[in-house]
Design a protein around this ligand. Structure first.
Ligand code: ATR
Length: 272
């Protein structure tokens, strides 16, 4: 009998996780099955419990259940506790371990795949919701020179900065505050691209040789990446690499093996 895994969310039919994990398990010769589960908006914990009773060993959790997954976890990793959100569950008889691999996936994509150094750099993180919160600790662990959190609603950026107050190089801002400042790495963790929108960034925020990174991905460049290109950002990336890297971190937690991500990223890129 193969070990059972699943991604759970609502909607779920668009999810690339089953494809990614099928590639990982083929590559590493694992006896496992990975499916997609659509849970009703108020049926997340029931669906997880049913999957666990059925022998399920682990789950990826996506929109809109990452906060609820944090609540139903009986134990949280340090990263999940810092993010206050869970995208990976490891299930066994008496424990639900909650982990968050989104931020580490982002950082691995930036550092290992895109060859960008975060340490000592000026980083701008746009957004102060779940995606930004998940990214913060792994980014801060790389000791950027400073990390500015910019959000349309500045108060939420302030609250996020206060949660990480021990890192004294984090600055909360709104978009207007960014005028006159330059950044080496600009990460879009807002959901604006989903609606074809762009946060109201002032011009000239991209330093020479800077990286513009959008956690979203789609068939063409997102509005943020288009703006970045017009503004002279040389290195542009969407979130496909992050998607594959966060999946690889989940796979590592469940199976104790790190799959190769490069071929899977290339495969997804050739499809979009
Ligand atoms: P997620 O889990 O994807 O982070 P979220 O927690 O709902 O989703 O957060 C969405 C983020 O995108 C927020 O930071 C939001 O800004 P506000 O807090 O000011 O609402 C940001 N966002 C969404 N649409 C945006 C837009 N058009 N311009 C700028 N920021 C936007």
């Amino acid at each position: 009998m193969p070990d059972l895994y699943a991604v759970i969310g609502n909607p779920i039919s668009h999810s690339k996780s089953p494809l990614i994990h099928a590639e990982f398990s083929k590559q590493t010769d694992q006896n496992m099955r990975y499916e997609a589960i659509l849970a009703p908006p108020d049926g997340f914990s029931v669906a997880v419990e049913a999957f666990r009773k059925f022998g399920g060993r682990g789950m990826n959790v996506t929109i809109p259940f990452k906060l609820e997954a944090c609540k139903i976890s009986t134990r949280l990793t340090e990263r999940a506790a810092a993010a206050q959100a869970v995208n990976t569950l490891a299930l066994d008889n008496d424990e639900i371990l909650g982990e968050n691999t989104d931020g580490i996936g982002l950082v691995r994509d930036i550092v290992s795949n895109l060859d960008f150094i975060i340490t000592g750099k000026r980083v701008l993180l746009m957004g102060a919701g779940g995606a930004a919160s998940g990214a913060l600790l792994p980014l801060l662990e790389h000791q950027p020179k400073m990390l500015t959190i910019a959000n349309r609603t500045k108060q939420k950026a302030i609250e996020l900065q206060q949660r990480f107050a021990e890192y004294n190089f984090v600055i909360p801002a709104d978009y207007a505050d960014l005028a006159g400042h330059e950044f080496d790495i600009v990460i879009n963790a807002t959901s604006a691209s989903l609606n074809g929108k762009l946060p109201s960034l002032p011009p000239c925020i991209f330093a020479a040789e800077s990286l513009a990174y959008d956690m979203m991905y789609g068939s063409g460049p997102t509005p943020f990446l288009q703006f970045a290109r017009q503004q002279g950002a040389v290195h542009l990336s969407d979130g496909i690499g992050m998607l594959v890297e966060q999946a690889a971190e989940s796979f590592l937690l469940w199976r104790g093996l790190r799959p190769e991500t490069g071929p899977v990223i290339a495969m997804l890129r050739s499809e979009t």
